[in-house]
Design a protein around this ligand. Structure first.
Ligand SMILES: [Fe+2]
Ligand SMILES: [Fe+2]
Length: 179
C-alpha cells in the first residue's frame, strides 16, 4: 500500500503513528495470549515470547509518546487490534510451536512492508520525529519475522490457511485505521 496525503482533517503522519500504535497493542496482545498458554503447557517458549513482548511494549509506548506530542487520540482500530491480536495469539498457540511462529511470521511480514512504505512517505514529508519513531522499531520487527521463519513458521503447509487469515486480518486493520 502506497502512503499518500490524507483527504480528511488528520494528517497522514499522525494516522501512521496511530495505526502503528494500535498495531503494537495488537502485537502485545498476541504475545500475552501466547505466554498465557505457554507458561502452563510449553514453558520452553516463554523466554523468547517474553523478549518479543518486551519489544512490543517498548514500541507501544514509543508511538504513544509521539502521538501525545500531536493529536493525543487513539486509533479507531485500537480495540479491534487488541481483541484480534489476543484471539490470534490463542489460536496460534493451540497449533503448537509452528503455529506460534506462523503467527509471528505472517504478522511481521505484513507490518515490515508497511513500515518500509511509511518511511518512504515520512522522509518525503521531512517529518523527522515520525520517521525516527518508525525507523527505530524496524530492526526489532525484522528480527521477529526472521525468528518466525527460522523456527518453522512457514514449514507446515497445513497452516497456510492460518497464515493467510493472520496476514489478511493484519492488512485489513492497517487499511481500516488509515482511512
Ligand atoms: Fe512492534
Ligand atoms: Fe513485532
Amino acid at each position: 500500500m502506497k502512503y499518500q496525503d490524507s483527504k480528511n482533517s488528520l494528517e497522514t503522519a499522525t494516522k501512521i503513528l496511530k495505526v502503528n500504535h494500535a498495531g503494537e497493542f495488537g502485537a502485545v496482545n498476541i504475545y500475552k495470549a501466547q505466554l498465557f498458554i505457554c507458561k502452563i503447557f510449553m514453558k520452553q517458549h516463554v523466554p523468547m515470547l517474553s523478549n518479543f513482548l518486551d519489544d512490543e511494549t517498548r514500541h507501544l509506548n514509543l508511538f504513544w509518546e509521539e502521538i501525545n506530542r500531536r493529536s493525543g487520540v487513539k486509533c479507531k482500530s485500537f480495540w479491534l487490534c487488541g481483541v484480534g491480536g489476543y484471539f490470534m495469539g490463542l489460536i496460534s498457540t493451540l497449533l503448537g510451536k509452528k503455529g506460534i511462529m506462523a503467527c509471528t511470521w505472517a504478522v511481521e511480514s505484513v507490518v515490515i512492508k508497511h513500515l518500509h512504505n511509511q518511511l518512504v512517505y515520512l522522509s518525503s514529508k521531512n517529518d523527522v520525529a515520525a520517521y525516527n519513531c518508525v525507523k527505530s522499531i524496524l530492526d526489532d520487527e525484522i528480527n521477529h519475522r526472521d525468528t518466525g521463519y527460522e523456527q518453522g513458521g512457514t514449514a507446515n503447509f497445513l497452516y497456510a490457511p492460518f497464515r493467510f487469515m493472520v496476514s489478511t486480518f493484519t492488512e485489513s486493520v492497517i487499511r481500516f485505521g488509515m482511512r
